[in-house]
Design a protein around this ligand. Structure first.
Ligand code: GAR
Length: 205
């Protein structure tokens, strides 16, 4: 069975959606470890409630990708069976950019969720960007992580209508509901070996 490592920075609601689906036997994967770069992340307690092992690897104050930091993450992942041969790494609100070395170590084994219909509105505050731009539809995307910011091959997307009176908060809330559906679904597709990539395209069966 594939060993799953989930990286979080805060609330961990996507992490919870994945673990819940696993506990309901909807996804054949072993949640091996949840790692946070922030000791105060409330998602850590949620993971513990589900009996999933947790670890904190505090990130240095410098922003941006750092292989030095990612080596420490890799060690915790590998020590818990999340290897480049038999692991899956899910970024779930993990607010750091991974280094190219980390990405190549876990090539096509890292997934991320982003609260917009990529390639629109990558980076921070995607929901605010969508409202300010004036789009009528936004949503969320699960994609493989590559060296760019939110640029990897897309696996699943869900669309949400933007309402006239939406605020960043109300839109985020509706998008999050969809995130909780498509992230577990994408993890399931991955662990069941149902995703094939052809250049930028993923073909699921
Ligand atoms: C989610 O909305 C996720 O899409 C977003 O952070 C939130 C984390 O919530 N991620 C990004 O914006 C990454 N660019 P959660 O901790 O409750 O899962």
């Amino acid at each position: 069975m594939i060993n799953l490592g989930i990286l979080i920075s805060g609330r961990g609601s996507n992490m919870e959606a994945i673990i819940k689906a696993v506990r309901l036997r909807k996804i054949p994967v072993r949640p091996a470890i949840v790692i946070s770069n922030k000791p105060e992340a409330s998602g850590l307690k949620i993971a513990q409630k589900y009996g999933v092992k947790t670890a904190v690897v505090e990130s240095p104050p410098v922003k941006g990708a750092s292989w030095e930091y990612d080596v420490r993450i890799t060690k915790v992942l590998e020590d818990n069976g999340v290897t480049s041969k038999n692991g899956l790494v899910c970024l779930a609100g993990f607010m750091r950019i991974m280094s190219p070395e980390f990405i190549s170590h876990y090539k096509r084994r890292i997934l991320n969720i982003h609260p917009a219909i990529l390639p629109a509105f990558p980076g921070l505050h995607a929901q605010r960007q969508a409202i300010e731009y004036g789009v009528k539809y936004s949503g969320c995307t699960v994609h493989f992580v590559d060296e760019g910011v939110d640029t990897g091959p897309i696996i699943l997307q869900a669309v949400v209508r933007v309402k006239n009176d939406d605020t960043e908060e109300s839109l985020s809330k509706r998008i999050l509901k969809e995130e909780h559906k498509i992230y577990p679904e994408a993890v399931k597709l991955f662990v069941e070996g149902r995703i094939r990539t052809d250049g930028r395209r993923t073909l699921t069966r």
